[in-house]
Design a protein around this ligand. Structure first.
Ligand code: AGP
Length: 607
């Protein structure tokens, strides 16, 4: 996520902005900038790279000011470069804006403003906000921001300053966090508490569609209609480390709790009037008619996402799909040609095995479509088409929210291809889109009842081997559940297709063996019930993960974690989170370093 800091007071603003942004570096970023009010006009200094690069630029400038806004950018729309960095200026230079979030309808606003004669310099969604505030400005900045946010769809945390008003700046938010710091003869805004702890522990937490007008000696908060809002002061008693995780004990838990929002961010801008619109890729009907097979190539968790993608693309688009581990694919002289589409999945976009597999496929003539979380990463740059997951920075080594958003993008691809090929009827197409849009709310419910999973974990964190079994989509899910557990709790685990148990592995099941069974697929439900009975008969303890409607599961399993009833086809995006939570609680109970597990790196850039 991006980082925002704003200040107005008696002190030099630039050191406060830089210091605050440094405290937000953990959020991940690829460029940074500040905008100050010099007394007469606005001045913007920004650049690609780290804050140290920005400081070098700032040292060459005169930056005397007591009011300004600063930003660290995690790119979503537009490559990381100087022009796409924030703050963005309006066309006359009278308004400067910093933004965290995704404006889903920015293209429509951009076209409207272009029609009004506005010129755009960047590829970002954010730039439309600066011009729109200027378009609505009639002398009162707060009112101009109110009118602007009424037109914005998507998520935003904003800092806005205006050249005609050296005493006040404006903040506003929807879905992306923003707080107001209450000082003595000085006031602040920030994306997160760590940026302000050095100056104040008293804050207002802005709620969705609230606007704050911040001056040196006053803070006024309004709703979107201009009515005043009274707020309680929240006193922060966290230490700095806790504050970086927004109060969560670990980044992993913070990132799991972000899943509903980042799924909305990833899915929302790609569905218009019940249609999937993937405008970042240039794959049309005739291309799809001409390909013989799709390969999905990735490593680790990303490869497990690809296993789900295989089922979904074959089911909806009726195109054969083969899933390969990148480290195997690149050395087996794969039978690839220009008749193949290769989908590369990578959170970091830098995994060396995956990057080399991409190059191998490209060398053989395949078209490359990549699903990446880091904008401008090596894999993104070397692909023919890229669809970004908008999961924000994933700090914990164990991938959670990135996996869920990778799945959502694979579903969007399957739906887009199916629609272009007319492989499914309109009703199935629209029904599946609607089901996909129900996922974030379903995940909210799963996360709200995570204590049940913690309780079950407390009974089993001393296990020395845990099995995951599932069928169909739930088998792909089992692979991911097993990896999550292994990589953060160091407990041995295996994932098996439910139907495969009787061909050998069931010999390992004995009294007390823990078996986790995701069973979300209606058509395979009875088969899974039989598998549970098989392992129970040999003494296993079973945790089932199933939809609320499957009340029979409680009769056979020792523990049943339910997810809200949802289309079985999209259930994996929801059912994986109980397994992520289970792995997390077991690892915490074992005293493991959850965010930085032994022997592992967040991005494996060496072979
Ligand atoms: C995920 O929990 C693991 N940390 C690991 O398997 C990871 O998914 C794999 O290394 C691929 O990384 P990438 O998605 O950045 O390419």
């Amino acid at each position: 996520m991006c980082g925002i800091v704003g200040y107005v007071g008696n002190k030099k603003v630039v050191p406060i902005l830089i210091n605050g942004l440094k405290k937000l570096e953990y959020r991940g970023y690829d460029s940074a900038g500040v905008a100050i009010h010099t007394g007469e006009s606005l001045k913007v200094v920004k650049c690609k790279g780290r804050l140290s690069a920005l400081e070098k630029k700032l040292n060459k400038e005169s930056m005397d000011s007591v009011m300004g806004i600063g930003h660290t950018r995690w790119a979503t729309h537009g490559e990381p470069n100087d022009i796409n960095s924030h703050p963005h200026l309006s066309v006359s230079g009278s308004i400067a804006v910093v933004h965290n979030g995704i404006i889903e309808n920015y293209m429509k606003i951009r076209e409207f403003l272009k029609g009004q004669g506005y010129k755009f310099l960047s590829d970002t969604d954010t730039e439309v906000i600066a011009h729109l505030v200027e378009y609505h400005f009639r002398g009162n900045l707060a009112e101009a921001v109110m009118e602007t946010i009424k037109e914005l769809e998507g998520s935003y945390a904003l800092g806005v300053i205006n050249n005609k008003n050296p005493e006040a700046f404006i903040a506003a938010r929807k879905d992306s966090p923003l707080i107001v710091g209450i000082g003595k003869e000085e006031n602040f805004i920030a994306s997160d508490i760590p940026a302000l702890l050095e100056y104040t522990r008293d804050i207002y937490i802005l709620e969705d569609q609230e606007i704050a007008e911040i001056k040196i000696d006053s803070i006024k908060i309004y709703d979107i209609y201009g009515d005043s809002v009274e707020k309680d002061i929240f006193h922060v008693d966290w230490d700095v480390a806790a504050a970086e995780k927004s109060g969560y004990e670990h980044f992993m838990m913070k990132e799991m709790c972000e899943e509903p929002k980042v799924l909305k961010d990833t899915i929302g801008p790609r569905i218009f009037d019940s249609n999937v619109v993937l405008d970042s890729i240039k794959i049309d009907k005739e291309y799809l008619e001409g390909i013989e097979k799709i390969f999905i190539v990735a490593c680790g968790t990303a490869c497990h996402a690809g296993m789900v993608g295989k089922y979904v693309i074959e089911k909806l688009a009726r195109i054969p799909v083969e899933v390969d581990l990148a480290s195997e694919f690149r050395y087996r002289d794969p039978m690839i040609s220009d008749k193949n589409l290769v989908i590369i999945i990578s959170q970091s976009g830098e995994t060396i095995d995956t990057l080399f597999a991409l190059r191998e496929a490209k060398k053989k003539g395949a078209r490359i479509l990549s699903i990446v979380n880091v904008v401008g990463s090596s894999i993104a740059r070397e692909s023919d088409d890229v669809i970004y997951t908008w999961a924000g920075p994933e700090i914990a080594v164990a991938s959670t929210k990135a996996y869920n958003t990778q799945l959502s993008v694979l579903y969007l691809i399957a739906l887009d291809f199916a629609n272009k090929k007319a492989a499914i009827g309109k009703n199935v197409y629209e029904k599946t889109i609607k089901s996909l849009q129900e996922v974030p709310d379903a995940l909210d419910k799963v996360l709200a009842s995570r204590d049940d999973i913690q309780k079950f974990s407390s009974q089993h964190y001393n296990a020395n081997s845990i099995f995951f079994i599932g069928r169909g989509l739930d088998y792909a899910l089992s692979m991911e559940g097993s990896l999550k557990l292994k990589e953060i709790s160091y407990i041995h685990s295996e994932a098996y297709a439910g139907g495969e148990l009787k061909h050998g592995t069931i010999a390992l099941i004995e009294k007390g063996t823990l078996v986790v069974c995701p069973m979300t697929q209606d058509m395979l439900h009875e088969k899974m019930v039989s598998n549970i009975k098989e392992v129970k008969a040999r003494g296993a303890v079973v945790m089932a993960i199933t939809q609320e409607k499957n009340t029979d599961a409680e009769k056979v399993a020792d523990m049943t974690i339910t997810i809200p009833n949802i289309d079985p086809l999209v259930a994996p995006i929801v059912a994986v989170t109980p397994m992520q939570l289970f792995a997390y609680y077991v690892a915490v109970l074992k005293g493991c370093d959850v965010d930085k597990p032994r022997n592992l790196a967040k991005s494996v850039t060496v072979e």
